[in-house]
Design a protein. Structure first.
Length: 289
């Protein structure tokens, strides 16, 4: 009796070496089927093949989106490191040199005393005033690039400091704040993103809105970390904003997106503006990985 051998061609060896129909795999079609049966079988096979192609395409799209998000996050991290380096250089090198010049100039003015002609004394004092203003400006730029408090004390202390600085610098703008979240509840990777969105949102308000009141909220509501920046300014038609303003809005949205959150801007002419960003706790955990 001849042995039965299953092969990939769909036939088995029978008595006398003749081939007879054998066992076929799930994706194979017997050539002995009738024409109608053959067409029906091919049509049935085409469904799972199409589904697999769709699944592969969707998976590639998902992988590309994840890769893009990771690259954007890494790019932002590199930018933050570079900003920190420049801020340190401004403070430690240029700032220190300007301070030394200021001390030397003050000493020279004091030593000259009454012997200095009045016109020279006035010029020296004006020069000293300009030097002091330059030192303050360098300090402001360095702080804006990367405030040390963000690394030293965290985002909650940074938001409080930012509001104090805002009130001190813009006496015609009232600032209200509410912080309803603990430092430990905000992931480390998210703290810089929150500060940059706050910084950009407030800068846009000061430049474009004409508001005299800004309300800043950082809180945890249910399973979300939420940041809100509201003003009572003029508002605007978001479809007609200038290109420079569009860049700021796009920057905030990208920062929120690539950190696992969303950002929505609600505004209308004469109705003020709200920038609202939120990061679900499940999303922040995924973005952190």
């Amino acid at each position: 009796m001849a042995a039965r051998v299953e092969g990939t061609g769909g036939t088995t060896a029978g008595p006398g070496g003749f081939e007879s129909p054998g066992t076929y795999g799930p994706d194979e079609v017997s050539p002995n089927l009738g024409n109608c049966e053959f067409q029906e079988t091919v049509a049935d096979l085409d469904v799972p093949i199409h589904d697999r192609r769709v699944a592969i395409r969707d998976r590639r799209t998902e992988d590309q989106a994840i890769t893009s998000a990771h690259l954007q996050a890494e790019l932002q991290a590199c930018q933050e490191r570079e900003k920190a380096r420049i801020a340190a250089d401004l403070h430690d090198s240029i700032g220190s040199s300007l301070s030394a010049i200021k001390v030397g100039l003050e000493y020279a003015i004091k030593r000259a005393g009454a012997a200095t002609p009045r016109s020279d004394a006035v010029a020296f004092k004006k020069l000293l005033s300009q030097l002091q203003a330059t030192i303050r400006e360098v300090h402001r730029i360095a702080i804006g690039l990367r405030p040390p408090i963000l690394d030293d004390l965290g985002i909650v202390a940074t938001v409080e400091w930012f509001c104090r600085e805002l009130e001190g610098s813009y006496h015609n703008v009232g600032v209200l704040k509410r912080i309803g979240v603990r430092e430990s509840e905000i992931p480390d990777f998210l703290k810089t993103t929150i500060f940059r969105i706050l910084q950009e949102g407030v800068n846009n308000t000061l430049k474009h809105s004409g508001a005299d009141l800004i309300y800043i909220t950082l809180s945890k509501e249910a399973d979300e970390i939420q940041l809100s920046i509201m003003d009572n300014g003029e508002g605007f038609d978001i479809s007609k904003v200038q290109s420079s303003f569009q860049f700021g809005i796009a920057s905030m949205r990208q920062r929120a997106k690539y950190s696992g959150g969303t950002l929505v801007i609600t505004t209308a002419p004469g109705a003020g503006t709200q920038v609202f960003a939120a990061w679900p706790s499940t999303t922040t955990a995924q973005a952190r990985r």
